[in-house]
Design a protein around this ligand. Structure first.
Ligand SMILES: Nc1ncnc2c1ncn2[C@@H]1O[C@H](COP(=O)(O)OP(=O)(O)OP(=O)(O)O)[C@@H](O)[C@H]1O
Ligand SMILES: [Mg+2]
Length: 245
């Protein structure tokens, strides 16, 4: 029995590896096909295009190369998450300021300031976390709320407690007023390559967010916002400075 189960488990793992490789190859191929197509055309027919046309093609090449680069960075993150090698370098993080910065990025990018509502509760505990990874979490959740959601995006930061011993923590909620995530799909949003709509994206964002939150000893959940949109909530324990561990 035991060995049979072992064989079955191994087959399953191999199948999921094969699926992963197929998906990755597929995701890399389409931007690379575009890069190759435009560079070949430019090299072949350089004189036939004016500066404006060449610039347009190079902009597409640039955007597609950016997509490939981002995908590879995400895959490296995934490999670190899956093998438990994701390093968390803790230092004091001002999460309220980080939220403000991320909102500002979207406003600078053309979103109306009215689209965001930030609420910071008083008496937040001092948080020790990896600032780059906090940026990764906030960046992904806000981008999702803007891209997949609709209406006002509300970001709330509040003190909380977690675990049996009531450890102090910080709770961040990001909700929007869009279509939300169907109840039946909620268990799948944090899995690799799952995506509900076809609005761009590779479906890796939330898998990485979950991995990064958990590497901090935290948790993340998804639910339905009071007015129907998606609501993501993550909780980070205050953490301990590495030199005190
Ligand atoms: N705020 C939201 N409202 C509605 N649907 C959402 C929201 N956030 C995520 N989703 C759904 O969950 C799916 C998975 O999200 P995830 O961030 O993992 O991938 P992605 O945004 O499609 O791509 P990536 O983040 O890798 O660029 C999305 O494709 C979308 O269908
Ligand atoms: Mg995303």
């Amino acid at each position: 029995m035991v060995s049979l189960r072992g064989t079955e488990a191994r087959r399953r793992t191999e199948r999921s590896h094969a699926e992963l490789i197929a998906t990755v190859a597929h995701e890399l191929r389409s931007p690379l096909t575009s890069v190759k197509g435009f560079t070949a055309t430019l090299l072949d027919k350089w004189e036939r295009f004016n500066d404006e046309q060449k610039r347009l093609m190079l902009e597409t090449v640039d955007a597609d190369a950016g997509r490939i680069k981002r995908l590879i960075a995400e895959l490296l993150d995934i490999s670190r998450i899956d093998s438990g090698r994701l390093e968390v370098r803790r230092q004091p993080v001002d999460i309220a300021a980080a939220v403000g910065r991320h909102v500002q990025v979207h406003i600078t990018g053309g979103q109306s300031p009215d689209r965001f509502f930030v609420r910071i509760r008083p008496q937040l505990p001092a948080l020790w976390a990896d600032p780059d990874k906090i940026d990764q979490i906030l960046g992904n959740l806000l981008e999702n709320a803007v891209r997949h959601g609709d209406g006002t995006v509300t970001i709330e930061v509040a003190p909380t407690t977690l675990g049996d011993d009531g450890e102090e923590g910080t709770e961040v909620t990001v909700r929007d007023e869009g279509p939300g995530i169907p109840e039946a799909s909620m268990s799948r949003v944090f899995t690799r390559f799952w995506r509900g709509s076809k609005r761009g994206g590779t479906g890796l964002g939330l898998y990485i967010v979950k991995g990064v939150v958990e590497a901090h000893g935290g948790t993340i959940t998804v639910g339905r916002a009071p007015r129907g949109g998606a609501e993501f909530r993550f909780i980070l324990p205050v953490g301990t400075p590495a030199h005190l561990l």
